[in-house]
Design a protein around this ligand. Structure first.
Ligand code: DC
Length: 221
């Protein structure tokens, strides 16, 4: 069984997907980490973020993705780089290379291979912006997670202050609204709800309650 989870930025979809994977025993496939690993490779070898750069590098790239329960580990040239992918340089590069058709096609193949391998046993919880629309359009379950910009801003602000970054509520809220606009209007793989996705609004739900909603759907079958 494949459970596809998409949603707006800072909606809580990753936390929810983690918990669902942990309780269900399904493997956790975080597609964002794969884009970040490709960005890592581009930076490592000074590849320019163009279709030409992608066409030259990707056939030679040594990328290995290991989906274990509730974690997606990625290896570049057999080195585990999973914990090194959240720097601002990688974040910036990953959003650039995510716009390249060559990169999306390359990762689509990796994602389909993981889907084929674990669909029957033990099942897959897959998360990412085009998971329900492009990667697994035939997934048994599709969820689209969202929350109001104010609630997402409050959550993001709490996360930021934990890491020592001081900013204002208004600034964070404006950035989230702008990110929604960019994500839904971009030409390649825009954030879009699959027509048959179940919408979960997490405004009034704790992380446990959010996961419980999904688990109730998928485990009742
Ligand atoms: O979810 P994240 O922040 O780890 O994603 C990293 C980058 O990859 C971000 O720019 C969005 C992009 N991405 C994408 O285009 N498609 C996906 N399925 C997952 C991530």
């Amino acid at each position: 069984m494949i459970v596809a989870i998409d949603g707006t930025a800072a909606s809580g979809k990753s936390t929810m997907a983690h918990q669902v994977a942990e309780v269900s025993g399904f493997v956790f496939m975080d597609s964002g980490v794969m884009y970040r690993a490709v960005a890592f490779g581009f930076l490592k070898y000074h590849i320019e973020s163009t279709e030409r750069g992608a066409a030259a590098y990707l056939p030679k790239m040594n990328l290995r993705v290991n989906c274990i329960q509730s974690r997606t580990k990625v290896y570049v040239d057999e080195e585990d780089v999973s914990s090194r992918l959240h720097t601002s340089r990688i974040t910036e590069m990953s959003s650039r290379i995510a716009m390249l058709k060559g990169v999306r096609e390359f990762l689509l193949e990796v994602q389909h291979e993981i889907g084929d391998r674990f669909d029957e046993d033990p099942g897959v919880v897959a998360v990412g912006r085009d998971i329900g629309t492009v990667v697994f359009p035939d997934a048994e379950w599709k969820f689209f997670v969202t929350a109001s910009p104010e609630v997402r801003a409050r959550r993001r602000l709490a996360e930021l202050s934990q890491t020592g970054i001081e900013t204002s509520f208004q600034e964070v809220c404006d950035a989230i609204i702008e990110r929604d606009r960019q994500d839904s209007q971009r030409v390649i793989a825009p954030l879009k709800k699959a027509s048959d996705a179940i919408v979960i609004n997490t405004d009034d739900l704790t992380p446990d309650e959010q996961a419980a909603v999904v688990l109730e759907y998928i485990l009742e079958r």
